[in-house]
Design a protein around this ligand. Structure first.
Ligand code: SAM
Length: 344
C-alpha cells in the first residue's frame, strides 16, 4: 500500500489522463482494509485506475469507466463515493474552486475534519456562502463534501451515500439457520470483495457452513458454489440462501478432495473450521487446513485469488503466491488473519 501527496495541479493532470476523479470516504473500522477493499473491487471489475492519495480515510483516485451504483452496492467498508471537484492545498484555493460551482437545484455543504487544521462548521458556512445556488440543509439536490486533510482540502460532489445498514437484514441471528460459526455479512462481503471475483464468475467456498460467503457472492452477482461435509449444515445453508432470495450450487463433499477439475473456479474464499464450535473432519486442524489449501490451489484458475480467514497462529505452510495479509481482532480470545493468495 502506498500513500502519495501530489500537488493539486498534478492531480488534475493525472485525472485527465486516467479518466474521472473520485473520492472515497472510507470507514475507520480497520487501518488498511477499507482501502484494500476498494482497490480489490477495481481489480475485480478490471478497471484502469490510479491512486492519487489516501489521507486519513479519504481516498482520492482516478478511474476509467466506473459504475458507481454497482460499486456502491458492493462495498462494505466505505461510507460514500463522491466525484472529485477540487483538491486544494490552501483554503483560498478551496474558496476559489467553490465559487465557480453552479449546482442545478438546491445544495448543501458538509465538511469533516480528517487531520486538517480547521473546524468543519466554519468551512461549511464559508464554502456554502460562495456557491451560486439555493441552500437546503434538509433535502438538498446536491451535496458537496469537504474533507479537511493534513495539508489540504478535498472537495467532492456526493454520488452515493452507501447503505451499510442493509447488511443487518441478513445477519446470522436473523437468518432461519443459525450456527455460531456464521460470519457477519459485512465481514463476509469484505472477504468476497478481496477475492476480486467478477460478475458471473465462479466463487467457491469449500467450507460453506451457513452460507455467509455464498450470500455475499450472490449479491455481487458472482456465481457462488458451496461445499460442506455436513449435510445438515448444507440444508441450513440452502434455507439461508432462500431467505435472501439467492441461489447457489451446494455440494456435500470433503474439502480435502474437491469434486472439481483443475483450474476450474475463478476465486476461492474459505473460513476453515477452528475446532471449537465447528466440526473438523480430518486428522488434525493443521492437516485439514494445509491439505485443503492445496486442493483450493488445484481448482483455482491461473491469476485467480484465494482468500483465507484463519485464527491467528494457524500453522499454514508457506505459499509463494501470498500477496497480502491483514490482522483483524474479533474479541479478546480471537484475532483473525486474512491471507490473500494469487495463483501464478
Ligand atoms: C468455520 S465453519 C464455516 C462457517 C461459514 N463461513 C459461515 O459463515 O457459516 C467450517 C465449516 O466447515 C465444515 N467442514 C469441516 N470439515 C470439513 C471438510 N473436511 N470438508 C468440507 N467441509 C468441512 C463444517 O461442517 C463447517 O460448516
Amino acid at each position: 500500500m502506498f500513500f502519495l501527496f501530489l500537488s493539486p495541479f498534478l492531480i488534475k493532470e493525472l485525472v485527465m489522463d486516467i479518466g474521472e476523479g473520485f473520492v472515497f470516504d472510507l470507514s475507520g473500522e480497520h487501518p488498511e482494509l477499507p482501502f484494500a477493499e476498494v482497490i480489490s473491487v477495481f481489480e475485480a471489475l478490471d478497471l484502469d485506475f490510479e491512486v492519487f492519495g489516501c489521507f486519513n480515510r479519504v481516498l482520492v483516485v482516478g478511474v476509467e469507466g466506473l459504475d458507481v451504483e454497482y460499486l456502491s452496492g458492493r462495498l462494505s467498508m466505505s461510507h460514500r463515493v463522491c466525484s472529485l471537484v477540487g483538491f486544494e492545498r490552501d483554503y483560498s484555493g478551496l474558496i476559489e474552486v467553490s465559487s465557480s460551482l453552479r449546482p442545478e437545484g438546491s445544495f448543501c455543504v458538509r465538511a469533516v475534519n480528517r487531520g486538517g487544521s480547521c473546524g468543519g462548521r466554519d468551512v461549511e458556512r464559508e464554502v456554502g456562502g460562495v456557491i451560486d445556488g439555493v441552500v437546503d440543509l434538509d433535502d438538498p439536490d446536491v451535496v458537496y463534501r469537504v474533507f479537511i486533510v493534513d495539508g489540504g482540502y478535498v472537495l467532492g460532489r456526493e454520488l452515493s451515500d452507501i447503505d451499510r445498514g442493509k447488511f443487518d437484514r441478513w445477519k446470522p441471528t436473523v437468518r432461519p439457520h443459525f450456527s455460531p460459526v456464521g460470519i457477519n455479512p459485512r465481514f463476509a462481503r469484505l472477504i468476497v470483495n478481496l477475492s476480486r471475483v467478477g460478475r458471473d464468475e465462479v466463487l467457491l467456498d469449500p467450507f460453506a457452513g451457513t452460507g455467509s460467503f455464498l450470500i455475499e457472492g450472490g449479491f455481487v452477482r458472482a456465481f457462488p458454489v458451496g461445499v460442506d461435509i455436513d449435510r445438515d449444515m448444507l440444508l441450513g445453508c440452502r434455507r439461508n440462501l432462500d431467505f435472501v432470495g439467492l441461489d447457489s450450487d451446494l455440494i456435500q463433499a470433503d474439502a480435502l478432495n474437491l469434486p472439481f477439475r483443475e483450474r476450474s473456479v475463478d476465486a476461492v474464499v474459505a473460513d476453515p473450521p477452528y475446532g471449537r464450535s465447528s466440526r473438523v473432519d480430518a486428522g488434525s486442524l493443521d492437516e485439514l487446513i494445509n491439505k485443503s489449501v492445496e486442493e483450493m490451489f488445484r481448482v483455482l484458475k491461473k491469476k485467480g485469488y484465494l482468500v483465507l480467514v484463519l485464527p491467528e497462529g494457524t500453522d499454514l505452510i508457506g505459499w509463494a503466491d501470498e500477496i497480502e495479509s491483514y490482522r483483524v481482532r474479533v474479541h479478546r480470545s480471537l484475532t483473525r488473519v486474512i491471507r490473500i493468495f494469487r495463483r501464478s
